[in-house]
Write a protein that binds this ligand. Structure first.
Ligand SMILES: Cc1cc2nc3c(=O)[nH]c(=O)nc-3n(C[C@H](O)[C@H](O)[C@H](O)COP(=O)(O)OP(=O)(O)OC[C@H]3O[C@@H](n4cnc5c(N)ncnc54)[C@H](O)[C@@H]3O)c2cc1C
Length: 442
């Protein structure tokens, strides 16, 4: 079977998380033919965790991990940096589903946080790791009701939280914008590009990382052969960790089940001490909107503010310049409505990044062709979900049993999408409708 990578990772704007890091040491692109025991395609959270875990379990095996870009340049370094432990169905107002299913999702997410924390501590990865939980903010009555529903869900799950009124929200955020809030303590906040880079730089010695090496073609066989413009990797076993880009692999049955969707972030310049005093509030916080299609906001300890909103359906897995301009305007509006006292503070960076979602929140996890293992479809929560999928796919491939693996294997497979053009019409109109109903939360 021959797979062609029709759509390759693009630059998609300028990501503040990545651009504000110190320059990376030179990369090692793939040159010539490399033989390995394993090849992992994609060095986002899923690929980094899969390669690390394979190497931990098989210290004598050689593992090749390959990415089209530098580690941390793709979506893994472009997100808002929330390691979310609680259920967080982006399509549901209560964010939750059934209690039993929710408990299992929490175990998977906390498994990812524990695994990552241990690596961050062991290797001293400087990624502004903050165990400070997340705020949920409501800007109107509808949002407050959504938070009340969320609180009921958390009560039923026995999960702690704290409710905040408008005054308490202002004391944290400095903004009058939020009428109510809910603080859930289990989430971890990180600098995502720094975390990704640190994970890439601390891989075990038997992982060879090839960056800036877009894979153009894959021959699935014995061995699998992944070809780039300047070389190839041959390996008998392969892990797919290319998330949204796997949506084009029709021969593996992925094309009709995955939805490549983009969301977007902007980051301000560093605020001056006078601007920070004018803003007030706490030094660092992360806020998720009460409405799933609203704006995520983070204030960073380095004095910058990040805004994330807007979703687009992008089957070609790239963001156009005109879309980036449009979302920058949307971010500006959201920023000014929350922080009118900082109206003169510009955005320094605006970027987009690819998510892979499925209509039923399912993932492609398991052996999907002989010796082809998949840890694909983050459903928008890759910091935890992709990390744990990557770790567990290595366990699964090497026969290491665990409760978490059993939970992962129980998760639904992505349901089938309607055919195009119905799919595109449906997804685009659903996003437009939900953004319209999100109203002021945007
Ligand atoms: C603006 C924004 C905000 C977000 N906020 C959050 C958040 O707060 N919390 C959260 O959990 N998630 C968030 N996400 C989602 C999160 O970034 C993703 O879920 C996560 O990156 C998925 O990890 P992954 O390893 O599965 O895939 P990816 O990170 O997408 O990694 C896939 C890798 O495959 C590589 N690749 C693809 N094709 C090829 C090829 N042909 N050759 C070589 N390499 C290839 C890509 O370069 C990429 O590095 C956000 C995303 C965005 C864009």
């Amino acid at each position: 079977m021959q797979l062609h990578c029709n759509f390759l990772p693009q630059d998609d704007g300028h990501c503040g998380w990545y651009e504000t890091l110190p320059p990376a040491p030179p990369s090692t692109p793939l040159r010539g033919t490399v033989q390995a025991d394993w090849v992992v395609l994609g060095a986002g959270y899923a690929g980094l965790a899969a390669a690390r875990r394979l190497a931990e379990l098989q210290p004598d095996a050689s593992i090749a991990l390959i990415d089209a870009k530098r580690v941390g340049f793709g979506a893994a370094g472009r997100n808002s940096g929330f390691m979310v432990d609680l259920p967080h169905d982006l399509t549901s107002h209560s964010y939750t589903s059934s209690q039993e299913a929710d408990h299992k999702i929490i175990r998977l997410s906390r498994g990812a946080i524990d695994y990552t924390r241990e690596i961050v501590q062991r290797h001293g990865i400087q990624c502004d790791w903050r165990e400070q939980g997340k705020l949920h903010g409501a800007a109107n009555e509808r949002g407050s009701q959504a938070l009340a529903e969320f609180a009921k869900g958390l009560n039923a799950l026995g999960e702690p939280y704290r409710l905040l009124d408008a005054g308490q929200m202002k004391a944290v955020t400095g903004s009058d914008f939020y009428q109510a809030g809910l603080h859930a303590p289990g989430a971890v906040l990180v600098q995502p590009a720094a975390l990704s880079r640190g994970l890439g730089q601390s891989l075990p010695a038997n992982v060879r990382l090839f960056e800036e090496s877009p894979v153009l073609d894959i021959k699935v066989g014995k061995p699998h052969v992944l070809t780039t413009a300047h070389g190839s990797i041959k390996a008998p076993r392969m892990v797919l960790a290319n998330n949204a880009y796997a949506s084009n692999f029709g021969q593996l049955g992925l094309k009709g089940r995955l939805l490549p969707v983009y969301t977007y972030g902007s980051m301000t310049r560093q605020l001056t001490p006078e601007e920070l005093a004018r803003l007030g509030g706490e030094e660092s916080w992360g806020l998720i909107p009460a409405d799933p299609l609203g704006s995520t906001v983070r204030r960073l300890a380095n004095g910058r503010i990040c805004v994330r909103n807007s979703f687009t359906y992008n089957p070609e897995v790239q963001a156009s310049a005109s879309t980036l301009q449009r979302v920058r305007r949307a971010h500006r509006k959201s920023f000014e409505s929350r922080f009118p006292m900082l109206a003169e503070v510009d955005f320094e960076y605006t970027w987009g990044g690819a998510l892979c979602i499925s209509r039923n929140n399912g993932s492609v996890f398991g052996e999907i062709a002989p010796e082809v293992f998949s840890a694909v479809c983050c459903n928008g929560l890759g910091l935890t979900r992709s990390t744990i999928s990557g770790k567990l796919i290595a366990d699964y491939a090497l026969g290491v049993d665990s409760d978490l693996l059993n939970i992962m294997l129980e998760q639904p497979k992505p349901s089938r999408n309607p055919p195009e053009p119905l799919l595109g019409l449906g997804v685009r109109s659903s996003i437009a409708w939900k953004e319209w109903t999100a109203g002021v939360e945007l």
